[in-house]
Design a protein around this ligand. Structure first.
Ligand code: IDP
Ligand code: MG
Length: 143
């Protein structure tokens, strides 16, 4: 997901491009401003953290671009492409390493496990939202 700061800063194309160029397949995408209820449910594991309210304020502060990407090892690979939570610790070449300077404005979210990827897909998109299609490049990306 491109977070509200990423959308406001005009980084949507840049961020989507990194996943596209890596070779992952886009299965769903939408632009909308999340409700507090959705943001609180999405980040419920962090509800005891002192920054939880600020985090929910941040995520609901404007439109986000929610996406579902598919492909070999996509969850772990996306976490590497995104970089460390604190952008100052994120390696150059990663999205956060290249495009952000503070944890509270780190431009992008990525699911941290396949199970959470499934959970978050259901939460953000609901049933039946995934588009089933066969990228014509597939034989050039996987053997
Ligand atoms: P992640 O996004 O790299 O998976 P998490 O630990 O799951 O990192 O935290 C979720 C989000 O909460 C972070 O991306 C960041 O926006 C915010 N966050 C995490 N730790 C802090 C903090 O110490 N201060 C402010 N915001 C934080
Ligand atoms: Mg996380």
């Amino acid at each position: 997901m491109v977070k509200p700061d990423g959308v406001q800063r005009g980084l949507v194309g840049e961020i989507i491009g990194r996943f596209e160029k890596k070779g992952f397949t886009l299965r769903a995408l939408k632009l909308f401003t999340p409700s507090r209820e959705l943001a609180e449910e999405h980040y419920k594991d962090l509800s005891a953290k002192p920054f939880f309210k600020d985090l929910v304020d941040y995520i609901t502060s404007g439109p986000v671009v929610a996406m579902v990407w598919e492909g070999n090892g996509v969850v772990a690979s996306a976490r590497k492409l995104i970089g460390a939570t604190n952008p100052l610790n994120a390696e150059p070449g990663t999205i956060r390493g290249d495009l952000a300077i503070q944890t509270g404005r780190n431009v992008v979210h990525g699911s941290d496990s396949p199970e959470n990827g499934e959970r978050e897909t259901g939460l953000w998109f609901g049933e039946g939202a995934l588009v089933d299609w066969e990228p014509s490049l597939k034989p050039w990306l996987t053997e």
